[in-house]
Write a protein that binds this ligand. Structure first.
Ligand SMILES: *Cc1c(COP(=O)(O)O)cnc(C)c1O
Length: 738
């Protein structure tokens, strides 16, 4: 008898659709759609309003759209043709055999894929289990691995309520709230055993056994497995273990990391997956190393120290944090209460066990560091930009006292972004015309990007302007909603219709509001800023977005300062703050702004990726020379930037006050003397040719290096390859194109 529970969700959805539309179901259950413009457009056409209401979740859309509408579409030959075409494209993609990886890295086999562990994954806004850059990077990593045919599975947690949602009260103070994720209406499949029961694994947490179930998300050819403890047979407290991303106290944190690391290895085992390589993206997942060791001890009967080398051989680590305080550490007390039974299974004493995570051996107060554990038990490690590699070697020299700083075994592979995800449909279409239909498959080819110079100025400009208008429409919509929710008076709500002008120079600033990102640097001299943004002849406008972590009072104060500042009448229509930053707002912003502003405190931005997204859409970066921009920024013979601007140039000091002064002065000067004049130097038709020259340079020089296809190629050749000991990335020349 067929167990009705074990019917795959895509089949269940398909049964609801008219026969000729049945392919929509399996397309909805694979996130490949979210980087395929023809398919995005198809879903949207089913019912544009419903598409928005469903938060761009195609499963929810197909479940809620009326049967009448579906039958209407089922007899529409144009729709049918489009569906057939995109379904064929999907089938070709999924079957793809002649992939980049099959040629370059045949040693990574389907039988032994790379297992990529991360605490958060940002695939799409309809799967809200991410907080910021780390998650987006992980999502883009999986997408490029899929495109290039690198055998990979992702491992993470499925949070019932994800990261918090943000709203600002009338005082401009951030309040947080949470929304349940409706797993059953999301593109997720619960993994089941042969009896049709949910497949579970056991993890011992706080003296209790916790049952963990596993969901699968399909990201092109890559499966992402997300673990979830919200089961009726768990203790109510344990059901919340996977409730929130980066919520709770240290105890919740360690418990989550145990589920992620130890549970993750067990989940793969239960699924019959035997990874060839474990890739730990940031220290959160480092407990996975202990479990890999435990299984090896169980299998071989050898001691921990005998199998240590074989564990190291299979594990690689990427660090993302350039400050010591940013790395997860747990007190010895906490380790005792969570691991007292575990270390015996490794055949280790308490002291031997705690030594694995101790920065300095023999210090009884030394906490257990996840980065330390990862560096000790991984074959290779990398930072995420050249500068960050350098900072990491300096920071972790303490673990290798016999080595000089440059010999510390941490290399770097600079981050990138997934080109198809972040390029607007209008620019995708433009690139198809001028770079070639298959430009997505050639992003590693330097000649491809040279062709950007052939795009006529008028052509790139009208598309950019349309995208800017769309960004402004989105901003007004979000602002109206916020003001309504706050119960503001009618006049103030209506005033959003006068917000922002598509003709004006438009700057974007959006990211997490961590204090090191200096979201209010612009306000250091608030009067000067008012003059610049209130300028009548050369108006400048700016759109902010981003959340401060709920425990970060200083981050919240920065947001409040911005909200206070933008009320002034001279700039009331020129400064906007969009609440509850997510991937949807991020896409609108990076695709619509003229300038992307980033002014972190150097060298605290390990890489940063949002500025890279802008480049694929002709946006221009104005940023501190930190993270990736150190490598991206180019100058001409006279020292002038050719593809963007550098705030503060090379003036670096450890005096924070002074650095803020230098950087803010530099920013004001750039805006007044360089950026605004270039933008407003327009011909009779309103076309700024000098500006467009820089837009093209931004695309041409950055897109090649800062995309995740290049990044994955680097990971494959410098980290996953059997002999690799430390990644030093940016190996464009050595990488054949797909
Ligand atoms: C890209 C992205 C980030 C990362 O931004 P950075 O400026 O690199 O820190 C954060 N949040 C969202 C939603 C993003 O899309």
């Amino acid at each position: 008898m067929v167990n009705t529970l074990s019917v795959k969700p895509a089949d269940r959805l398909s049964a609801r659709l008219p026969q000729s539309l049945s392919r929509l179901a399996d397309l909805a259950y694979n996130y490949w759609w979210c980087w395929t413009p023809d398919l995005i457009s198809l879903f949207q056409n089913i019912n544009p309003d419903e598409w928005e209401r469903c938060g761009h979740n195609p499963v929810m859309l197909l479940e809620s759209v009326s049967f009448e509408r579906l039958t209407q579409l089922s007899i529409d030959p144009v729709f049918a043709k489009r569906l057939k075409k995109v379904a064929e494209k999907f089938d070709r993609y999924m079957a793809g055999e002649n992939t980049w990886a099959s040629k370059v890295a045949p040693q990574i086999s389907r039988q032994h894929p790379v297992a990529y562990f991360c605490a958060e994954f940002g695939i799409h806004e309809s799967l809200p289990v991410y907080s910021g850059g780390l998650g987006i990077l992980a999502g883009d990593h999986l997408k490029s691995a899929s495109d290039l045919g690198v055998p990979m599975v992702g491992v993470g947690l499925l949070y019932r309520q994800g990261y918090f949602h943000q709203r600002l009260n009338r005082q401009g103070w951030q309040e947080d709230y949470y929304i349940d994720n409706p797993f059953e209406r999301m593109p997720l499949e619960l993994m089941r055993n042969a009896q049709g029961e949910p497949l579970t694994i056991d993890v011992h947490v706080r003296q209790r056994n916790v049952k963990v179930q596993i969901w699968r998300v399909q990201v092109g050819r890559v499966s992402l497995y997300l673990m979830d403890t919200d089961r009726e047979d768990n203790d109510p407290i344990d059901r919340w273990l996977t409730g929130h991303l980066y919520g709770g106290n240290q105890e919740t944190r360690i418990a989550q990391e145990i589920i992620l690391g130890i549970g993750g290895v067990r989940a793969l085992q239960a699924l019959g997956i035997e990874p060839g390589i474990y890739h730990l993206n940031e220290g959160h997942a480092a407990f996975c190393l202990l479990e890999v060791a435990r299984l090896e001890i169980q299998r071989t009967g050898k001691s921990f120290y005998d199998i240590e080398a074989s564990v190291r051989n299979r594990c690689v680590f990427t660090t993302h944090t350039p400050v010591p305080a940013g790395h997860d550490v747990f007190s010895a007390d906490l380790m005792d209460s969570f691991f007292a039974q575990y270390w015996a299974q490794l055949g280790l004493s308490r002291e031997q066990f705690l030594a694995l995570g101790a920065r300095r051996l023999g210090d009884p107060w030394e906490p257990f560091g996840m980065t330390v554990l990862a560096l000790r038990l991984c074959r290779a490690a990398n930072g995420v930009s050249e500068l960050h590699g350098h900072v990491s070697r300096q920071m972790w020299n303490v673990l290798y006292p016999e080595r000089s700083e440059e010999k510390v075994p941490i290399g770097y592979i600079t981050n990138g972004v997934h080109a198809s995800t972040w390029t607007s449909a209008l620019f995708d279409d433009l690139f198809s015309q001028y770079l070639g239909e298959d430009w997505h498959n050639k992003v590693l080819d330097p000649q491809l990007w040279e062709k950007v110079e052939q795009i006529p100025d008028e052509e790139i400009w009208w598309r950019h302007q349309v995208l800017k208008e769309r960004l402004i429409a989105h901003t007004r919509f979000k602002l109206r909603q916020s003001r309504q929710d706050r119960g503001e008076d009618a006049g103030w709500i209506q005033a959003v219709d006068h917000m922002l002008d598509p003709k004006a120079l438009t700057i974007g600033f959006a990211r997490r509001f961590s204090p090191y990102k200096r979201g209010d640097l612009l306000l250091r001299d608030a009067q000067r800023a008012l003059k610049i943004f209130g300028n009548q002849d050369r108006p400048i406008q700016i759109i902010f977005s981003g959340k401060a972590h709920p425990a970060d009072e200083e981050g919240k104060r920065i947001i409040q300062r911005l909200m206070e500042w933008c009320k002034q009448s001279a700039i009331v229509n020129r400064v906007a703050f969009i609440e509850d930053y997510d991937m949807h707002t991020a896409r609108k912003l990076v695709q619509g702004v003229d300038v992307w502003l980033n002014n972190p405190r150097r060298p605290l931005e390990a890489s940063g990726t949002s500025g890279q997204k802008v480049c694929f859409n002709g946006g221009i970066n104005c940023s501190v020379l930190d993270g990736w921009w150190c490598e991206g920024y180019q100058i001409d013979a006279t020292g002038k930037g050719t593809n963007g601007w550098a705030i503060g140039k090379d003036a670096h000091t450890s005096d924070q006050e002074l650095q803020d002064k230098i950087d803010s002065e530099s920013l004001y000067q750039l805006l007044e003397e360089t950026i605004a004049p270039l933008y407003y130097d327009q011909d009779a038709n309103g076309i700024p040719h000098g500006w467009i020259k820089m837009m093209k340079a931004s695309i041409r020089t950055n897109s090649l290096a800062f995309n995740t296809h290049r990044m994955i190629a680097d990971y494959v050749t410098h980290l996953y390859a059997p002999g690799a000991v430390a990644g030093v990335g940016r190996s464009l020349a050595k990488v054949p194109t797909a």
